[in-house]
Design a protein around this ligand. Structure first.
Ligand SMILES: [Zn+2]
Length: 379
């Protein structure tokens, strides 16, 4: 086990404590939630804690500053009680945890596991927008006012749905929601097939995934957004030139108005892209488990020193800048550190590194980021 020397631990926790003393807490239904805390070795070391109100939570964070703080997506009558059954489960938010780690991105080869770049963040951001815009709102009829989105503080985003309709869903129902969104069990080969020489597929008015594939494609065609499906520009232009005919075809399940060299493959790939990629490690996901703990929105992430910042405009949200709480420009609070090894990374407007066995003065936010990643020590 790689232990960080106590100087570094003290430094980071002091900075975290100062941050918490400057910020108000605003946890919704705080008295009904279970809390858990983590340190250098584990993201959740203790749980079954509870707070009466946000002021009490704030004083705890200032005095007993943890490296990680999580809360239950569930609401309980007795959040401190144990075992779990004695808590008296009253309902739970529906939470989606989207993480760049689940997406198998090519950039991981460049910066290594445990680090993050704009490509990671943008990829997971677009999965998050797809989840909201193409599933939660149109298919489940959820309202955006009932959703809250926050950065995870490291490599992902969390979507919390708080409406009454979802609160009572049990684990089984939650799993069904996830399966639908991920298109689990959807057999693309049965959706697109050759009938003689004709390419057949779903019709606009059909229910479930079949109709969804047709409608999504029709919408992107109408709004000239086919590029979002990763289609080659030359092919896109052919679709746009015959927009009206293609749309009429979709209404009747005729998918070869535009002749493509390998139509079955092409359409199966497109429908696979419409699913939300939540990863295949389903047991690590928060969504189906109505008793899990998840990072408290706006709290600090112990592996980065960034905030799990809430955002009301995901599209414009720049995680590597907007989630920073410590000084980014280094004019006032430079911190002298020795970096063991780090790839190039961006924070705010600046790109730092790569570094290897290098001692330098960094802006506070960058120094804390590296120390939290156990890639640097105070010099
Ligand atoms: Zn990356």
């Amino acid at each position: 086990m790689q232990l960080v020397a106590s100087n570094e631990q003290e430094f980071v926790l002091k900075k975290f404590s100062e941050h918490y003393s400057r910020s108000a807490q605003s946890v919704r239904k705080i008295s009904e939630r279970e809390f858990g805390f983590g340190g250098w070795d584990k993201k959740i070391e203790s749980r079954h804690a509870s707070f009466m109100n946000n002021d009490e939570l704030k004083s705890y964070l200032v005095r007993n500053t943890p490296l990680y703080i999580s809360y239950s997506v569930a609401f309980y009558e007795f959040p401190e009680a144990r075992p779990m059954e004695k808590k008296n489960w009253k309902g739970a938010e529906l939470v989606f945890d989207l993480d760049a780690d689940h997406l198998q991105l090519a950039c991981i080869a460049k910066h290594g596991k445990g680090w993050v770049c704009d490509e990671c963040i943008n990829a997971v951001k677009s999965e998050t927008m797809k989840l909201i815009e193409e599933f939660l709102v149109p298919d489940f009829g959820l309202k955006k006012e009932e959703m809250s989105i926050n950065f995870s503080g490291n490599r992902g985003f969390h979507v919390h749905v708080s409406s009454d309709e979802v609160s009572g869903l049990d684990g089984y129902a939650r799993r069904e929601v996830v399966d639908y969104i991920m298109g689990t069990g959807l057999d693309e080969a049965g959706v697109f097939y050759k009938e003689g020489t004709r390419m057949r597929g779903p019709k606009l008015g059909e229910g479930g995934w079949r109709g969804k594939i047709a409608r999504t494609f029709a919408e992107k065609l109408e709004e000239q957004k086919l590029n979002e499906l990763g289609i080659h520009t030359r092919t896109i232009n052919r679709f746009y030139e015959k927009k009206k005919e293609v749309a009429e075809g979709l209404a009747n399940g005729n998918w070869d108005v535009i002749h493509l060299p390998k139509p079955e493959e092409f359409w199966r790939e497109i429908s696979a892209k419409l699913k939300v990629n939540l990863g295949d490690q389903i047991d690590q996901m928060v969504t189906p488990d109505a008793t899990k703990l998840i990072r408290v929105p706006d709290s600090l992430h112990g592996e980065t020193g960034l905030a799990a910042r809430k955002t009301s405009n995901l599209e414009k949200f720049d995680a590597l800048k907007d989630a920073a709480v410590f000084d980014l420009n280094g004019k006032t609070n430079g911190v002298r550190v020795k970096v063991m090894k780090a790839p190039a990374f961006r924070l705010g407007e600046q790109t730092f590194g790569p570094y290897e066995n290098y001692t330098l003065t960094l802006p506070e936010a960058a120094a804390i980021y590296l120390i939290c990643k156990k890639a640097a020590v105070l010099a």
